[in-house]
Write a protein that binds this ligand. Structure first.
Ligand code: BES
Ligand code: ZN
Length: 850
């Protein structure tokens, strides 16, 4: 049942629930199409609430019976929930509902995947399991009994009983319903143990389908490393006797932090050298850490309401980034994060979907699990840490855990612990949570009498609903280099608080070169009119690894823009600078591989748009091809050396060193393939004994328009493995020539293995289509109409995944009127589809600016 008019929820309307919950008992009688859920909930009036309306959320439930204190009642039931008259005193609510997990294709609530029952309750899925006050500030202990004839029956907390066909679980830690989980199936465990620093012995299990046992070891190691790291760095210990992780093939997101029972998309946990790439291993390590870290930042301290989502997600992303920096290379991680922020968050912040890190209204909360809330939310914490210092940050976090353990909190609570720890007034800093849009930082320089003056200006363009912007607190890390490349001023954090401010560096012998926004100290767009020569100087000498990389990136972007706009030839400063860096074998191979990266074509489109030009996707594509070809020729002599440096001794390991070497080798192979027509890639493919090499070699063969044979062989070799087949589907669309991209994607949707109801498989093809910039934006609109058609088909089946993928159209206003018309037509076609979900309706109308 759906509302005719969508309702908007506002942060300012928050009121507490009228009742407190002393305990929740749930019994599940599992059956594919008629699962019975019986709930017993002890309610009592909430002394802190004024509104005593007894409303329980409930959707797609069939109410069998309900009683209060043992007396049957007949509540008023709508498509959204029920209301009932209740006593003005503690009472026991009992209800039984029937649900149909076997037909739950939306993958929210209780659903089935390959014969296994599993749940996804965040954000508002618990209301599809039983009637309940489904909001994060309502917390209770849970006891769960599962009746079902499946070998493995799991829920949150500790096991408290089991027998033939049943199991009972008790979770002693009060939690909101979104952290509830249940899993039942024919699963096998990869077991291990962990002893916490205070001596608690924890049983760890990674549960997978029979056949996947060989893909568990890496995830388990990542879990133990995460548990140890959170003890060492944040002083946080695990708090139950068991920790279970389950891998499931049908899952909308990456993974979910349910208390004591994390549920993972199998792509985010299962790994083996033969089937997973280095990038897969790195992502798995990060996601395991992320979900584990939520046990403190999210579960022990949760969110008061969904507007506070960044309280747990921004902080937990920040924590998992710290973990990855510690486990691998800090500069490489920082560069990856900057690339990711620019690729995913900047387009959001600077387009029709722009919203603050803490939004103030929404129609469908699922649409706000965004790069802004997550990644910009994490950046905001990084800035706070930079401003107060590491020691104060550690103290503030201790205070946060002490003061708020067991509570459902707000951003105000979070900032208050920093104010109380440091005495600092964070009123202006708080604008990072309320103002949307990416600040632009412009820099001008002045030099006179030994004094170097930097003038920094900030401005943020208007965003939907926010015409006027106030200055934000921007930590700008700056260092100065002398003419021979020595650092004449070490990194210092300038605090920009006004619209415009000048900072002076005195007593300098010669005019320095400024290295600005070191370590990417704030999520802003830096506009610094450095000459090519200055950028080349920084590329050769900057002592800050991030900015050294950035100098190369800026040179690459400048030359690409000139090639696109003025038909210029590739810039010699860029090619020579890159060559020098590649030659320097004291530099980490992973870092040199990153140096070989280019801005994405979508980023170039944004840069052109910002400079008042209309981006032509085909012109962008050709410029990138030309620059790549020129680079290959320019560094040709170095390629054999890079290939040999990338050689790895001994057995495959996904660690930072080995994967860094493979990344450099792969970047060199990409260039070599432009010179030898794919001959070397064919050899690498033939000899590959791990997925990283196999897949990179295949991709360069495909780009050389060779590789038909290998593509077919790959299919034969891996058709039994779903996760590898996702790669096979995606790669063909990613590597297709622009003109052939829509047709390639379309043909793949007709493949017998294109199981479009599986989110991973759908995304493999349609996500790759949307990401192939020149292919998606073919002038005839074939890419747009193909994607829109599939989104319309998927919406009634899985609204959440459909809505997320609508963001492929968020940049539509950047392009020429022809493409704009085509995209508007497709967006309207989606919008006008009868019975469109609330999720997709909201996304499409925001993108259209309606
Ligand atoms: N809590 C989320 C999972 C989630 C998101 C559930 C939205 C329901 C709706 C989880 O902690 C998470 O953030 N997962 C990320 C991966 C993480 C490493 C950023 C995901 O699933 O992509
Ligand atoms: Zn999370």
């Amino acid at each position: 049942m759906r509302d005719a008019a969508p309702t908007t929820i506002f942060l300012k309307d928050y009121t507490p629930f009228g009742y407190l919950l002393d305990s929740v008992h749930l019994t599940f009688d599992l059956s594919a199409h008629a699962t019975r859920v019986t709930s017993r909930i002890a309610f009592r009036p909430n002394p802190d609430a004024t509104d005593r309306t007894f409303f329980l959320h409930g959707e797609d439930l069939n109410l069998i019976r309900a009683s209060i204190n043992g007396t049957e009642v007949s509540p008023d039931v709508t498509g959204k929930g029920l209301t009932a008259d209740v006593p003005d005193a503690p009472f026991l609510w009992e209800a039984q509902v029937e649900i149909d997990p076997g037909n739950n294709t939306a993958l929210e609530g209780l659903y089935m995947s390959n014969g296994m029952y599993c749940t996804q309750c965040e954000a508002e899925g618990f209301r599809k399991i039983t009637y309940y006050p489904d909001r994060p500030d309502v917390m209770s202990t849970f006891t769960v009994r599962i009746n079902g004839d499946l070998p493995v029956l799991l829920s949150n907390g500790n096991p408290s009983g089991k027998g033939e066909g049943w199991a009972e679980w008790t979770d002693p830690w009060p939690k909101p319903a979104y952290l509830f989980a249940l899993v039942a199936g024919d699963l096998v465990a990869h077991p291990d143990r962990f002893t916490t620093r205070s001596g608690r012995d924890v049983a760890l299990n990674l549960w997978v389908r029979p056949g996947d046992e060989g893909k568990c070891a890496f995830g388990m190691e990542a879990l133990k490393k995460s548990m140890k790291w959170d003890e060492d760095v944040y002083g946080r210990e695990y708090d139950l006797d068991v920790f279970n992780i389950v891998a499931v093939d049908d899952f909308n997101m990456g993974a979910m932090e349910n208390k004591g029972l994390n549920i993972f998309n199998s792509s985010a946990v299962l790994a083996s050298p033969e089937t997973s790439t280095d990038a897969n291993f790195e992502r798995i390590e990060a996601i395991i850490a992320h979900e584990y870290f939520h046990n403190w930042t999210g579960n022990r301290i949760t969110c008061r309401d969904w507007f506070q989502l960044c309280l747990k997600e921004g902080l937990t992303v920040f924590r998992d980034a710290q973990f990855t920096s510690d486990m691998r290379s800090a500069p490489v991680k920082r560069i990856h994060d900057a690339i990711d922020l620019r690729a995913r968050q900047f387009p959001e912040d600077n387009g029709p979907l722009s919203h603050p890190v803490r939004p103030e209204s929404f129609q469908e909360i699922n649409n706000f699990y965004t790069a802004t809330v997550y990644e910009k939310g994490a950046e905001v914490i990084g800035m706070l840490k930079r401003l107060v210092g590491d020691e104060a940050y550690a103290k503030a976090l201790d205070l946060y855990f002490d003061r708020h353990d067991g509570q459902a909190c707000t951003i105000e609570d979070w900032l208050k612990v920093f104010e109380d720890t440091t005495g600092r007034d964070l009123t202006q800093f708080k604008r990072w949570y309320s103002q949307s849009g990416t600040p632009r930082l412009t820099v001008s320089e002045d030099w006179a009498d030994g004094t170097f003056t930097l003038t920094l200006k900030q401005r943020t363009d208007p965003t939907p609903g926010q015409a006027e912007k106030l200055p934000q607190v921007i930590p700008v890390a700056v260092g100065l280099l002398g003419p021979n490349g020595d650092e004449v001023r070490a990194t210092e954090v300038l605090e920009l608080t006004e619209a415009e401010q000048s900072f002076q560096f005195t007593a300098l012998a010669t005019r320095p070169t400024a290295s600005i926004l070191r370590e990417f100290s704030a999520p802003v767009i830096l506009e610094h009119d450095h000459s090519s020569a200055e950028r080349a100087f920084l590329l050769a000498h900057d002592t800050d690894p991030f900015n050294r990389w950035q100098a190369g990136r800026s040179l690459a972007q400048d030359t690409l823009l000139r090639m696109i706009l003025d038909e210029a030839t590739p810039d010699a400063d860029y090619l020579n600078g890159l060559q020098a860096v590649l030659r320097d074998d004291t530099l980490d191979p992973a870092y040199r591989a990153l140096m070989l990266g280019l801005p994405t074509q979508s980023e170039l489109a944004a840069a052109l748009h910002e400079r008042g030009h209309t981006p032509d996707p085909m012109a962008i594509w050709s410029a990138v091809e030309t620059l790549r070809q020129a680079t290959a020729q320019h560094v040709q002599d170095l390629l054999p050396r890079l290939h040999s440096e990338a050689l790895v001794d001994g057995p495959y390991s996904p660690d930072a060193q080995q994967s860094g070497k493979r990344a450099l080798g792969s970047a060199a192979l990409a260039l070599t393939s432009r010179l030898d027509g794919g001959a070397m890639a064919a050899t690498v493919y033939a000899n590959a004994d791990n997925m990283t090499l196999q897949l990179t070699a295949l991709s360069y063969l495909l780009r050389a328009r060779k590789g038909e044979v290998q593509l077919a062989a790959f299919y034969d070799q891996w058709q039994h493995d779903r996760l590898v087949m996702d790669k096979w589907f995606g790669l063909q669309v990613t590597m297709a020539a622009p003109e052939a991209t829509p047709e390639t994607a379309k043909a793949l949707t007709g493949h017998p293995d294109f199981n479009w109801k599986n989110p991973n498989r759908f995304r493999a093809v349609m996500g790759a289509l949307a990401m192939n910039h020149a292919g998606f934006h073919q002038p005839d609109g074939a890419g747009y109409s193909l994607l829109a058609g599939w989104l319309i088909r998927l919406d009634p089946v899985n609204p959440q995944t459909t809505a997320r993928m609508c963001s492929a159209f968020q940049t539509w206003k950047r392009y020429d009127t022809g493409r704009q018309d085509q995209m508007r037509t497709q967006l309207s076609r989606i919008a006008e589809t009868p019975n469109l979900s609330r999720d997709t309706t909201e996304m499409v109308s925001r993108i259209l600016g309606a």
